[in-house]
Design a protein around this ligand. Structure first.
Ligand code: ADP
Length: 500
């Protein structure tokens, strides 16, 4: 399509005007000229017409080119103005260019007209597009700020050095600070003194690396009270990847923080309580401990006496004496082992996580409880999965759980005897599964859930703490502990633990 050119032609000479139009039309411009000669006509044309270009003569009988230029610059600053004159001198022409004329073409050298017009149109188009783009950018920035102003959160932008460039109304309202006093590094004054170091070092780290920023810190409100906030900021980069700005939000996490602190307090309380309840069972334990170790000590005495007898014979039987002495050592070691283990169960240690082989713990407990089992005519059978993976756990706590379950099983078979079966394996979803099964009296009717409550016991000498502590230990390891009645006699207690 041929370019359409709406020209305001300030020219008194009809022949010159026609020449100019012919030149342009020869170059395929479709001209729509408005020719004027006076100031009034010129002003009216500027006001009333869509125009692409002004071509102005410098000297006119009733008007002058420079005045026309000044009027045009005020009314239509984007419109290119080219002087086409026979009389304009170089100095005046330069002056006109300084004021804002686009170009000048001498009537004696009209061959320059078309290239000059083309360039002027091109430059004007470029200028208008740039302006539009700038306006669009300004508008979208303004819209963005309006959105940020409207969101129900505190928001800010920082310039690349980390100082605060702008903060939204929510923030200003919260802090009670003016926009000026919160700008620069002024916002730091709202930080709780205990949080300043950590918060600022994280911020400096993000500024240095360009990594997104995240920190939890207390900020002071207008009443001087502090609330916890999660502060997050992400960098906005230019096309070369250089950080231009940071955009950030502050989310009020006071409620969450309080809940966390409350949970921590409860956890502490629970651990204190567990300790107290363990101490309460201490007396009982002392009695059963005495009972447990009496047997190996008595055995040690018997073996030591036998040893003495073998040695005191007329012909000492050294080999038999050695066997008896070794048996004495083993008995004494068993007694020491029992004391060690029981003591470790009742130390108030924070849980220690290490790789634990559950098969090994079952074997240990089988050895440890062997005598108790024998006294009650109970045989212990362990069926262990040799491929059982290790689990990350507190060894002493797991010993405590197995000891509780196995002792309960033995006690359930008291007087009648039977078999205690401990087994290790895996569930379908890969959890470690330990079961302790007995052929005893079976679970208390209607009370199988209450068994796991603290102080629930059906035994004359019971404390009712074993199962509740055991369940808590297993759950704190991410597992589950439950009981079910056997189809025949007795009950089965099972627990799961996650593999490493
Ligand atoms: P305690 O053994 O001191 O009573 P526990 O918390 O270990 O404390 O057990 C609570 C109760 O659960 C027991 O008194 C008993 O009624 C029941 N119980 C535990 N283990 C078994 C079992 N293997 N067979 C039947 N009942 C059991």
């Amino acid at each position: 399509m041929k370019p359409r050119l709406r020209i305001l032609l300030l020219e008194d000479n009809v022949a010159d005007a026609e020449l100019v139009l012919e030149l342009l039309q020869a170059e395929h411009f479709v001209c729509e000229p408005i020719r004027v000669q006076t100031r009034a006509e010129f002003v009216a044309a500027l006001e009333n017409h869509d125009l692409d270009l002004i071509l102005g003569d410098y000297t006119l009988p009733a008007f002058d080119g420079l005045s026309a230029l000044k009027l045009a610059l005020t009314a239509r600053p984007d419109l290119p103005f080219i002087f086409v004159s026979g009389t304009i001198g170089e100095e005046v022409a330069i002056e006109a260019l300084k004021i804002g004329a686009t170009d000048y073409v001498l009537k004696t050298r009209l061959s320059r007209l078309v290239p000059s017009v083309r360039r002027a149109l091109r430059e004007t188009r470029g200028r208008i597009e740039r302006k539009k783009a700038e306006e669009a950018a300004r508008r979208s920035e303004k819209e963005l700020l309006e959105v940020i102003e409207a969101i129900p959160a505190m928001a800010f932008t920082n310039v690349a050095d980390g100082s605060n460039a702008w903060a939204n109304r929510q923030w200003v309202d919260y802090t009670g600070l003016s926009v000026q006093s919160t700008s620069g590094l002024g916002w730091q004054a709202t930080l709780h003194p205990d949080d300043v170091d950590d918060h600022m070092s994280r911020w400096q780290q993000s500024l240095a690396t360009g990594e997104p920023f995240e920190s939890e810190a207390r900020h002071r409100n207008a009443n001087g009270e502090y609330r916890w906030f999660l502060v997050r900021a992400v960098p906005l980069r230019d096309e070369h990847g250089k950080v231009r700005k940071w955009y950030g939000t502050l989310t009020d996490i006071e409620d969450r923080k309080r809940a966390e602190q409350e949970r921590e307090r409860l956890r502490q309380l629970e651990s204190d309580l567990a300790y107290v309840s363990r101490v309460m069972t201490m007396g009982e334990l002392a009695a059963s401990l005495a009972h447990e170790i009496k047997q190996p000590i008595a055995a040690a005495v018997i073996h030591a006496q036998a040893c003495t007898r073998w040695l005191c014979r007329d012909v000492p039987d050294v080999a038999a004496a050695c066997r008896a002495a070794s048996a004495t050592v083993m008995d004494a070691e068993r007694a020491a082992g029992i004391i060690d283990r029981v003591r470790s169960l009742y130390r108030q240690d924070t849980p220690k996580r290490e790789l634990v082989d559950l098969n090994e713990i079952i074997r240990e407990m089988t050895v440890l409880l062997n005598d108790t089992a024998n006294r009650n005519s109970v045989s212990i059978r362990a069926t262990l999965d040799p491929r059982l993976p290790a689990t990350e756990a507190d060894r002493v706590q797991l010993q405590q759980v197995l000891m509780n379950l196995m002792l309960n099983g033995i006690e359930a078979m008291q007087g009648k005897g039977g078999e205690l079966a401990a087994a290790s394996g895996r569930t379908e979803d890969g959890q470690l599964l330990i079961s302790v099964s007995d052929s005893g009296i079976g679970l208390p009717v209607d009370k199988s859930q209450r068994m796991f409550d603290a102080f629930f016991t059906t035994k004359a000498q019971g404390t009712g703490m074993g199962l509740s502590i055991s369940r808590r230990i297993i759950e704190s390891h991410g597992g589950r502990l439950w009981a079910s009645p056997n189809t025949g006699r007795g009950a089965t207690f099972q627990f799961t633990l996650p593999p490493t």
